[in-house]
Write a protein that binds this ligand. Structure first.
Ligand code: SAM
Length: 252
């Protein structure tokens, strides 16, 4: 059941606005870089990729040029949007903590969705899912989007996008009511102007926040060898994210 702090309406009844707020074209450049990182890091040839928490398929839209993709998400609404964007990708409903497929992959990606892991056990479970689905020599790439030392309290930003005569002004606010626990709140306001009418919708997401050492400890415990790269973005603001490129050791 949704609580005030974890409605995730953006992935349910408001999902149709996701491709307007985050157009797939915005992901092309960074995904090109992620594809090169995978290919340059992996000791095996990287042809197949599992995308966990694939959302609207924006990353897949760019990565499908390089890999044969299977992708998993818990939200049927988001899977529908992703399938429309990428008919050639195999989309499956599942929870990234527990899903077990029969296939093994050359690479696993988890972008913009691992932040929904709110406990250490959640994070550990996702790393196990990635490890279980990788071939020896395969690579997991993910981003530790928020860590306590980099979190900006009460950060608020607004973007305005227009597509097919629907204009969405999207306001995001990030707040951590208790810096001692492993969660923070993301609050979204949607101003949707459609067919001459204004709708205002609100949405709450509960997200996880862990020190980078926790990420490293859990990844190592799972069996990964970790490389941390600095991933720099300039839009919508200049920021550096820890890009974690984790290799499943090859069998001896
Ligand atoms: C911001 S979207 C990801 C966007 C995606 N990277 C893209 O390219 O479009 C976050 C997604 O994480 C999914 N998600 C949240 N918790 C999940 C879980 N436990 N297992 C699988 N997917 C999950 C949500 O349903 C949502 O679709």
């Amino acid at each position: 059941m949704s609580t005030k702090n974890d409605q995730q309406r953006m992935y349910k009844d408001l999902a149709k606005y996701f491709p307007i707020i985050t157009p797939p074209e915005d992901y092309l450049e960074e995904c090109e870089y992620f594809a090169q990182v995978i290919k340059n890091t992996s000791p095996i040839e990287s042809k197949t990729l599992l995308d966990l928490g694939c959302g609207g398929g924006n990353d897949d839209f760019a990565l499908k040029k390089h890999f044969k993709i299977t992708a998993v998400d818990v939200s049927p609404e988001m899977l529908k949007i992703a399938k429309k964007l990428n008919p050639e990708v195999k989309y499956l409903k599942g929870d990234m903590r527990f899903v077990r497929l029969k296939e093994k992959f050359d690479a696993v990606t988890i972008f913009d969705s691992i932040n929904y892991m709110v406990t250490k056990d959640d994070l550990r479970a996702v790393f196990s899912t990635a490890y279980e689905h990788l071939k020896p020599g395969g690579v997991l790439v993910t981003i530790a989007e928020e860590t306590p030392d980099r979190f900006v309290q009460n950060k608020t930003k607004c973007s305005v996008q227009n597509k097919d005569n629907i204009e969405v002004s999207f306001i995001e606010n990030y707040f951590d009511p208790d810096i001692k626990d492993t969660t923070y709140e993301a609050t979204f306001v949607f101003l949707i102007r459609e067919k001459g009418k204004l709708r205002v919708e609100t949405d709450f997401h509960l997200c996880g926040i862990f020190p980078l050492e926790t990420w490293f400890d859990l990844l190592q415990e799972t069996g990964f060898t970790i490389n941390k790269l600095d991933f720099n973005v300039s839009e919508p603001e200049a920021r550096t994210y820890p890009l974690l490129v984790c290799v499943k050791p090859t069998e001896k």
